[in-house]
Design a protein around this ligand. Structure first.
Ligand code: ZN
Length: 180
């Protein structure tokens, strides 16, 4: 046994769990190829645990990546939808369709993310920005544009929060149904 063998011996448990850095793994594998002693040791220590923990940790990583990708994807869709809502309701000023659409938006966003601040962001900011742009292009003063837009965004926000509360109730009811 030389010095490398002692190091490999120490690293084997981590190696078997797949916890070593890529470079270290390569180094251990290179040593195992050239050293029968350590190879025997590795096959012994590897047998009871098998390769399952390695595989499952890789699967978990893959799954997390997939989930993260999905969340990012839905986030983009939510932002896009909320901007479309904002533009539509500002263009159709007399329409009260936004009451329904923002309640639904709040409900869906809350059920999906379970975060009220996201509902607030999605309902308030697009309307606020869009309304300011719209008012300024209609030659309103900056002050009026900001106050008017804040009011408009706030009205939308109220309905989104109503949707949020509905979502909260839905979750509570479902929770109760599961525990009883
Ligand atoms: Zn060795």
């Amino acid at each position: 046994m030389n010095k490398d063998c002692y190091i490999v011996e120490d690293l084997l448990p981590l190696y078997n769990e797949g916890l070593l850095q890529e470079e270290t793994t390569k180094w251990v594998e290179a040593h195992l190829k050239s050293c029968e002693n350590c190879r025997d040791l590795a096959s012994l220590s590897n047998e009871p645990l098998d390769k399952e923990p390695i595989n499952s940790s890789i699967d978990n990583e893959k799954m997390m990546k997939k989930i993260n990708f999905k969340i990012a994807f839905y986030q983009i869709i939510f932002v896009a939808i909320s901007f479309i809502f904002a533009i539509k309701t500002s263009l159709l000023n007399e329409s009260f369709g936004f009451i329904l659409s923002y309640t639904v938006l709040g409900l869906i966003t809350y059920l999906f993310y379970r975060r009220i601040y996201l509902v607030i962001t999605i309902a308030f900011i697009p309307n606020f920005i869009w309304s300011i742009v719209d008012s300024l292009s209609n030659e309103a003063t900056v002050f009026h544009a900001i106050v008017g837009s804040a009011f408009l965004a706030f009205v939308h926000l109220i309905f989104a929060i109503i949707g949020c509360v509905i979502g909260l109730l839905v979750l509570k009811i479902r929770e109760k149904g599961e525990t009883t």
